[in-house]
Design a protein around this ligand. Structure first.
Ligand SMILES: Nc1ncnc2c1ncn2[C@@H]1O[C@H](COP(=O)(O)OP(=O)(O)O)[C@@H](O)[C@H]1O
Ligand SMILES: [Mg+2]
Length: 454
């Protein structure tokens, strides 16, 4: 088996303008897979994914009779190799193409078990993680050379061996009243009703989420925990349980009580507004990410609710997240404009300071669509067309029209209807999804559209 040293040497031997993919495969990609911990019987070249062949698929063999090379079942990782003349620098159209290609491979039926996709041309390397339906970058697109390759490969191997259980979702739009808090509450409950382990974090000093559940802070508070890294984050988590037997008999795909966890807001959080009080929080907007880090292996989903203003709380929520879910209102054109600000400004800013490739925006959705509002939707779609045309730096189409493809100009946008029970539920201290079967269906379809791979 090759050693990291020889990978360095091999990289040194590849010409900076190597045109043939085969050379990259032989001198770099294959040795890379060995370094990541796979041996020949665990690597399958030219693996058919169902939408084309990926250069390599790999998976650890679990027992003597289960040889991945032979069975080609349950791949764990894909490696897509390009030549050095194939431009993989970020922002190039060929980079975008390669990313789409790997996302495509990862989302096929045959690839259900696959968790990782690596793209490399021996000048750049990036690894993408799959969690349910979501594929998001797990590293920045790294420029590689003989000096840094050992460190990079060690970090990659570390990631592969410590796959984190949770996807962290921040629900954010820089516009108020679009349904951020409502989405966190009902999506959390809908995912929990699907048997997922869910944590919702109220990172809005107004505390709408905490109030909707009728919770009050425990003895140790979120603010104390933010200020003192020695406090165990588990001490601020509260559990909610909804016994389904008599109260919610319509949730038939679950037999146990539905439970999920909340980190509630405390009143002191409101004092964290100026630089003087924020000075008590080490690492500022990075602190929340560190605070929830130990929980990433305990939950399937961590949802963060934040306030509208792009200040400390929302900057922290976006910084802590893998993906940002952006609700908009079709009858509120500024919610569409603000969504574009989040996509083109706030998220890229955050990604630049994080330097690990994330977070990324998921496609936006329409929240609160009332029946008979086709005219409103038409106006919203015209506004979206305009925004897409205006924006020169980013192709916004996949952020508004997730199913839009060449030859299939599908401009549909996911919708959550306007429904009175959704707004009245917060007074009842019960998520609306537990009050009406139809509301549960709305939010479970949101969960299926974006997150759950069933
Ligand atoms: N789909 C919906 N149907 C009916 N009412 C909704 C819906 N989504 C949100 N609301 C209501 O709209 C108001 C604003 O929602 P909220 O979640 O508090 O927005 P944000 O957190 O973005 O400020 C609330 O009164 C909420 O109950
Ligand atoms: Mg809110």
């Amino acid at each position: 088996m090759a050693s990291a040293n020889s990978l360095r040497e091999k990289l040194e031997k590849i010409s900076p303008s190597e045109k043939t993919e085969q050379v990259i495969v032989q001198y770099f990609a294959n040795p890379l897979l060995y370094e990541l911990g796979f041996d020949d019987l665990e690597i399958r070249p030219q693996f058919e994914t169902g939408c084309g062949k990926v250069d390599f698929a790999a998976r650890k063999n679990t027992e003597a009779t289960d040889i991945f090379y032979n069975s080609q079942k349950n791949p764990y990782l894909f490696l897509e190799v390009k030549s050095r003349t194939y431009d993989l620098s970020e922002g190039s159209s060929t980079y975008e193409e390669a990313v789409d290609q790997v996302k495509g491979y990862l989302s096929r039926e045959r690839s259900k078990s696959a968790k990782w996709g690596i793209i490399t041309n021996a000048s750049y390397i990036q690894i993408w993680r799959k969690h349910g339906k979501v594929v998001h970058p797990a590293t920045a697109n790294l420029s590689i050379n003989p000096d840094n390759i050992e460190t990079i490969v060690r970090d990659l191997r570390n990631k592969l061996e410590n796959y984190e259980r949770a996807l962290t979702i921040c629900v954010y739009n820089n516009k108020g009243g679009v349904g951020k808090t409502t989405t966190v509450i009902n999506l959390a409950a809908a995912l929990a009703a699907k048997g997922k382990r869910v944590l919702a974090v109220d990172f809005d000093s107004q505390g709408d989420l905490t109030r909707s559940f009728g919770l009050s802070p425990g003895e140790i508070t979120l603010t104390q925990c933010l200020k003192d890294p020695k406090i165990d984050v588990h001490s601020i988590i509260q559990s909610l349980s909804y016994p389904i037997n008599n109260r919610f008999p319509y949730i038939f795909d679950s037999t146990l009580d539905i439970s999920f966890d909340i980190i509630p807001r405390d009143p002191e959080l409101e004092t964290l507004t100026d630089s003087q009080s924020l000075a008590y929080i080490q690492k500022g907007t990075r602190r929340l990410r560190d605070l929830i880090a130990p929980l990433r292996n305990e939950y399937d989903y961590i949802l963060i609710d934040c306030p509208t203003q792009w200040l400390y709380f929302s900057q922290s929520g976006v910084f802590a997240a893998d993906v940002i879910l952006i609700p908009t209102r079709p009858n509120d054109l500024s919610s569409l404009n603000n969504a574009v600000r989040v996509i083109t400004k706030f998220i890229p800013e955050t990604a630049r300071s994080r330097q690990d490739g994330g977070p990324i925006a998921l496609p936006t959705f329409f929240n609160g669509v009332s029946s008979g509002s086709e005219y409103t939707i038409k106006l919203a779609n015209e506004e979206i067309d305009k925004l897409i045309k205006q924006e020169k730096s980013v192709d916004l189409r996949p952020y508004f029209w997730p199913h839009f493809k060449k030859g299939n100009e599908d401009k549909s946008i996911f919708r959550i209807p306007d429904y009175a029970v959704i707004s009245s539920a917060s007074f009842a201290r019960t998520p609306a999804v537990f009050k009406r079967r139809r509301v549960l269906e709305y939010y479970q379809s949101l969960a299926r559209e974006y997150f759950i791979d069933e």
